[in-house]
Ligand binder design. Structure first.
Ligand SMILES: N[C@@H](CCC(=O)N[C@@H](CS)C(=O)NCC(=O)O)C(=O)O
Length: 228
């Protein structure tokens, strides 16, 4: 049985994988302490943080001296070692394999494609002072659209959640990523009713922890919309 003393997590809630870890811990009432690492202030580049994670990325989890990076590994570790309901990461081999199938695909598809739109519309203009290049944005949106199409046709199909009848780690990672372009005022699911309904379903399943984790992104969205 894992230690009940609690866990330390190093997070910046503007980061999609950090929000997934935060939501999982909060929703499942797993005792933990959040240590904020403000990426915009370069706090991930300090010597202390670099010692903890030489990759200089968040999230990082420390459980009684056991240091773990990568949201996927952290979520699966938490689901396996702490008392989280089984639906998150089912024990039955085929059902678990479905979650692993999505999460492997996620990091090469949903994540880079949704993140690119946010980077182009929010981060790059802030860093360079230059407006978004419309042709590059068009290409990024078209790549993202292919991913959204596959999410609907290959994963969601006719089921309520990406891997079946109940919410899993796959939905959690996916929803946090697909929310990100909202920071630039863009709702990428606006014209995708099937995925938009899925998002509402995931949001309801996660209750307050969803909005709590996304508060900082909502503030960014409101600022972006005010500029339009
Ligand atoms: N594959 C990693 C990705 C972690 C990652 O890219 N984190 C970003 C924030 S979303 C970061 O820390 N970036 C800081 C940097 O690269 O300087 C995971 O899922 O945990």
């Amino acid at each position: 049985m894992a230690d009940k003393k609690g866990i330390e997590v190093y997070l910046d809630l503007l980061s999609q994988p950090c929000r997934a870890v935060y939501i999982f811990l909060h929703h499942n009432k797993i005792p933990h302490t959040v240590k904020t690492v403000a990426l915009r202030k370069g706090e991930n580049k300090t010597p202390d943080f670099t010692k903890l994670n030489p990759m200089q990325k968040v999230p990082v989890m420390v459980d009684n001296g056991f240091v773990l990076t990568e949201s996927d590994a952290i979520l699966k570790y938490l689901a396996t070692n702490y008392n989280a309901p089984e639906h998150w990461y089912p024990r039955q081999p085929e059902r678990r394999a479905r979650v692993d199938e999505y999460t492997a695909w996620h990091h090469a598809n949903t994540r880079p494609h949704a993140a690119k739109v946010f980077i182009m519309e929010v981060l790059l203009p802030r860093m360079t002072g230059q407006p978004t290049d419309p042709a590059k944005l068009e290409r990024a949106l078209s790549e993202l659209d292919e991913t959204l199409e596959k999410l609907e046709s290959m994963f969601l199909k006719r089921q309520p959640f990406l891997c079946g009848d109940d919410v899993t780690l796959a939905d959690l990672l996916a929803v946090c990523e697909l929310m990100q372009p909202l920071g630039g005022g863009r709702d990428i699911l606006k014209e995708r009713p099937k995925l938009a309904t899925w998002r509402s379903r995931v949001q309801s399943a996660l209750k307050d922890s969803f909005d709590e984790a996304h508060a900082v992104l909502y503030r960014l969205r409101d600022k972006s919309r005010a500029k339009l």
